[in-house]
Design a protein around this ligand. Structure first.
Ligand SMILES: [Zn+2]
Length: 142
């Protein structure tokens, strides 16, 4: 299964890439040369912390994940072809950076606000791309 993912392209290559383990994702940030903080995604037109244009910013890959801020289960497809039910979440992926993500699976019962999440790659139908999904970071710890 991991070998399958390695042959696929990211659905959003400016946002994330496959991590060396072949299953997790790394998020792509720009490191601001002015304030040193991370901005997301790497091609964002300006630093969200200090407003620097980021023209000389370096690209930084960090293990993808974050903190679950809130989530809601969608039962109606908002776009044609969207699989439902799906759990949409607001996730704090880095200090001061909140992104909308999709949880793997549709079982809300294992989720709670404030828990740590990990980003993993999930192959999309068609066999050419993978998407970003979030799973609880703690495995047996519950
Ligand atoms: Zn900055």
């Amino acid at each position: 299964m991991t070998n399958e993912l390695r042959g696929l392209q990211p659905q959003h290559p400016t946002l994330y890439q496959l991590a060396p383990d072949g299953a997790s994702l790394e998020f792509l940030f720009a490191q601001c040369p002015a304030c040193g903080k991370l901005a997301f995604p790497a091609n964002v037109p300006g630093c969200s912390h200090c407003g620097d244009p980021l023209s000389n910013a370096g690209k930084v890959a960090r293990p993808g994940g974050g903190k679950l801020l809130e989530f809601v289960t969608l039962h109606v497809p908002l776009l044609p072809g969207m699989e439902v039910p799906r759990i949409a979440a607001d996730i704090l992926i880095e200090d001061g950076i909140i992104e909308e993500g999709v949880m793997a699976g549709s079982d809300e019962s294992c989720l709670r606000v404030g828990m740590a999440l990990r980003a993993v790659a999930v192959a999309l139908p068609g066999g050419e791309t993978f998407a970003c999904r979030f799973v609880p970071a703690e495995g047996a710890a519950r």
